[in-house]
Design a protein. Structure first.
Length: 147
């Protein structure tokens, strides 16, 4: 069956190849693996593809990852609950992502024009790597089991 990290990487790639965007691929993957109950609410991730609607800003795979962290550790009834723990969690993942990729913006990470084969391959690799990185992070933080 594979480890949690391997499952996340493989499933995110399958999802992306089926035509869903980078943010959606990450969210749907972890919704399935972690039973987050997101379902149709994945639409919250839809506009983040291409660095927020092809604006080339914050990477959609990174945005989707932060959404997953929120689903797992965010506040259920704001303003109840502390912000500091979830902010530390999301900032920690952001720092891991940027340490690996040397950037957080889609324009830098994408490297090719939207809609090209090269861009699609590049973004597929980034989605898979980001899902694996998030899976490792969730295990490290005790938010998911390794297997």
């Amino acid at each position: 069956m594979g480890t949690f990290v391997e499952k996340a990487a493989a499933l995110s790639g399958e999802k992306y190849k089926k035509g869903i965007n980078c943010a959606e691929a990450v969210v749907v993957t972890f919704d399935e693996l972690c039973d987050l109950g997101i379902g149709e609410n994945v639409r919250l991730a839809s506009c983040f593809g291409g660095g927020i609607g092809h604006a080339g800003d914050l990477c959609g795979a990174l945005s989707g990852s932060v959404m997953v962290l929120g689903a797992l550790a965010g506040r259920r009834r704001p303003p109840e609950g502390e912000r500091a723990p979830m902010y530390a969690l999301s900032k920690g993942f952001y720092e891991k992502f940027t340490a690996v990729n040397n950037a957080a913006d889609c324009d830098t990470l994408r490297k090719f024009d939207f809609g090209t084969r090269e861009q699609n391959i590049n973004c597929l690799k980034l989605v898979v790597a980001t899902a694996a990185l998030l899976a490792k992070y969730l295990v490290e933080k005790g938010l998911a089991a390794e297997n």
